[in-house]
Design a protein around this ligand. Structure first.
Ligand code: GLA
Length: 401
């Protein structure tokens, strides 16, 4: 399916354009925006050739751009305090992994990857967005993907088709892996670029096969509620890299490039071939891949309410076998399950961040108040709650706002 529908002009795009005017005294040549995501199921499977099932959020990061005749890149961002911060100007030919750090690294990393591909044109970029940061909702991928589309346009490329979007996702992932230095998979960038409204995206990260699966939960009286626990964990980067190394090691021992090739019936043999410490991790991945396939089957049959048990099993596996949950995520999941959610799980990399819950509309008020009360009783900050509606992927904003 083609992702041709231009994203609506979002608040993020308007803010980016207004901030561009404030910084540069004129309108940008264009604004490109890319969404954050939630992953419905299929966690920590995207760096071993497994399956994922994300959808794009309405929250977006927007990049307002004016293109230059030289190779200078200037970048400014509208901070959450509504003040504009400037990164030191950069020259695209001089970019080297490691500098700058922080938010500007994601922009510079994308410019670096494009330079390696022969595209070095400079630009003045001003960013704004409403994807919650540090919440496991892919604010970094949104920033990378919006930047990539803007810089590609500046280098003379038109709107990418679906296959080109998947290629660009790989470039954005490379920026994050090699320039920023975080060894993530390709889930977030593919979701940001390839999702379409009203659908979840089935992605087989082994073969690259993608399929849009209709997902209109609202029509069946259900809401996917996002629960941002607002707990950011210090160990998230080292924990992620550690899990990835362990999975790479297990794949080497099994002599495979993809855990996606093992289905559930083969699990006992697979585990028997591994040392004790690798078994829970691989058990998570193999069972999680099976859960993705079963959720896709149920969604195709319109049996939305029946996916709850797979979401629950996914969380339990991430908590007990993969060990990437956190006390706050476990609390959120326990609270919503007891208050009437049909299923709930952490979403994203874990170690803090967000959970999702599948909630019947008539239980929504009691689920939300159980969460607020439970977090208060545990002396935690109130969680941020919002419904997740499957939204369009990244693109140029229809008209410069
Ligand atoms: C983070 C990474 C993704 C993926 C998820 C876990 O979001 O960026 O590549 O590995 O964690 O599923």
């Amino acid at each position: 399916m083609n992702n041709t529908a231009p994203p609506e002009t979002s608040d993020a795009a308007r803010l980016a354009a207004a901030s561009f005017r404030a910084v540069h005294g004129e309108a940008p040549e264009g604004v490109w925006a890319a969404p954050g995501r939630v992953n419905l199921v299929g966690e920590h499977t995207d760096y071993s050739g497994g399956y994922v099932l994300p959808f794009a959020l309405p929250h977006r990061t927007a990049v307002a751009a004016r293109f230059r005749d030289d190779t200078t890149l200037t970048v400014a961002t509208l901070g959450s305090d509504r003040r504009i911060q400037h990164a030191p100007p950069m020259r695209v030919p001089d970019l080297t992994p490691g500098t700058p750090t922080g938010w500007a690294a994601y922009v510079a990393g994308v410019a670096w990857v494009l330079r390696e591909l022969g595209m070095s044109r400079g630009a003045d970029l001003v960013l704004a967005g409403d994807v919650p940061t540090g919440a496991g909702l892919s604010s970094s991928a949104a920033l990378e993907c919006a930047t990539a589309l803007a810089l590609l346009a500046g280098n003379g490329h038109g709107d990418p088709d679906d296959d080109e979007r998947a290629t660009i996702a790989g470039w954005a992932q490379r920026a994050e892996n090699e320039f920023v230095g975080v060894p993530t998979g390709v889930l977030d960038q593919t979701a940001s670029l390839c999702c379409v409204g009203g659908h979840v995206l089935f992605l087989d990260t082994g073969s690259g096969r993608r399929e849009q699966v209709p997902f209109d939960a609202a029509a069946t009286g259900l809401t996917v509620l996002v629960i941002d626990t607002r707990a950011r964990h210090r160990h998230s980067e080292s924990g992620y890299a550690d899990r990835r190394r362990s999975i790479d090691h297990a794949m080497r021992l099994l002599g495979t490039g993809s855990l996606g090739e093992f289905d559930r019936p083969r699990l006992p043999d697979v585990l028997a071939a591994l040392p004790e410490e690798s078994r829970p991790l691989v058990r998570h991945v193999v069972t999680e891949n099976a859960r993705v396939l079963s959720v896709v089957r149920l969604l195709r049959q319109g049996r939305y309410a029946d996916i709850g048990s797979a979401l629950d099993a996914s969380h339990d596996s991430l908590r007990d076998d993969f060990r990437v949950s956190s006390p706050e995520l476990d609390l959120a999941v326990d609270l919503v399950r007891s208050a009437g959610a049909l299923g709930a799980r952490m979403t994203g990399g874990g170690f803090g961040g967000s959970a999702i819950a599948l909630v019947p509309d008539d239980a929504r008020a009691s689920v939300e108040s159980a969460l607020r009360r439970g977090f208060r009783d545990a002396r935690l900050r109130p969680p941020r709650l919002f419904p997740a509606v499957p939204s369009p992927g990244a693109g140029r904003c229809a008209a410069t706002p």
